[in-house]
Write a protein that binds this ligand. Structure first.
Ligand SMILES: O=C(O)CCC(=O)C(=O)O
Length: 268
């Protein structure tokens, strides 16, 4: 253990419907620039529009290439010199469908990875009715560690996290727009995914109330032993933590539960 720590900052943005998406985009970019000392900055799910503002999804949908959020976040990552997990946007694919897509930018502003949310929330409504499902497990390698990307409702599907572990994930990054009334589930699931995966988890939610849904906030950074390193309150707030990626391998060696798996192993 004991390489250079990875400084991660979670930016829990307030999504207020009174603020225009463009103004929030500028504010988010300024917040990213203010964390230029970090290695990795993380924003929440669908912060430009609001995860429950389904009536606005189509109007606010944007392409990955040249869309206003992608452009603003690419510039912010480059100016700050950070890896930026820019949370997610409503992506309009050139072929037509909408996706809830997370974007990861490198410090030179290049789009390094994109993850289309696999499990859509809302049962027969909202995101589940309006967006298409992603199909790909996304585990991009950074110089510091391998990230495992998931979004909000994905937290309820441990099989996705097993696949991320099998893909090499060491730091799970989970942007969210989680409702306050299920805060207890959020806290439990974030810690459970850390314990079962023996990974760090960076789970970044939104603050405020939009489309009548009060947001939980409570962004969390959890270590591979399941200990909470930092936790936000309900309001807009940034959390900064130092991670030691070597702790992932050390935890797995000291308590080798992943080695004892019997079911669902990847075929050699
Ligand atoms: O699973 C939940 O309780 C919340 C999920 C959610 O809000 C989402 O995926 O946008």
């Amino acid at each position: 253990m004991g390489g250079d720590p990875v400084r991660a900052t979670l930016v829990q943005i307030d999504v207020d419907p009174a603020e225009k998406a463009g103004d929030r985009r500028e504010r988010a970019a300024a917040l990213v620039r203010s964390h230029s000392g970090a290695d990795l900055v993380v924003l929440p799910e669908l912060w430009p529009v609001g995860a429950f503002a389904a009536d606005d999804f189509a109007a606010e949908a944007e392409p990955l290439d040249g869309g206003p959020t992608a452009l603003a976040m690419s510039a912010a990552a480059r100016d700050a010199g950070v890896w930026l997990h820019a949370g997610s946007i409503v992506e309009r694919d050139p072929d037509g469908p909408l996706y809830n897509t997370s974007l990861l930018f490198s410090p030179d502003g290049e789009l390094h990875a994109a993850y289309r949310k696999i499990h859509r929330f809302g049962f027969h409504e909202g995101e589940a009715a309006l967006m298409s499902a992603g199909r790909e497990i996304v585990a991009p390698r950074l110089p510091h560690a391998v990230l495992g990307l998931a979004t909000c409702y994905d937290l309820r599907f441990p099989e996705q996290f097993r696949l991320l572990v099998d893909a090499g994930a060491e730091i799970l990054v989970v942007p969210a727009g989680w409702p306050a009334r299920r805060l207890a589930h959020w806290r439990l699931l974030v810690q459970a995914r850390a314990v079962e995966s023996q990974c760090y988890v960076l789970a970044c939610g939104t603050a405020g109330t939009h489309a009548g849904v009060e947001q939980a906030g409570h962004s969390m950074a959890v270590d591979p032993w399941g200990e909470i390193l930092a936790e936000a309150g309900p309001g807009e707030q940034s959390l900064t933590v130092d991670l030691d990626p070597a702790r992932v391998a050390a935890t797995r060696a000291d308590f080798p539960v992943l080695r004892d798996r019997v079911l669902g192993l990847p075929t050699p």
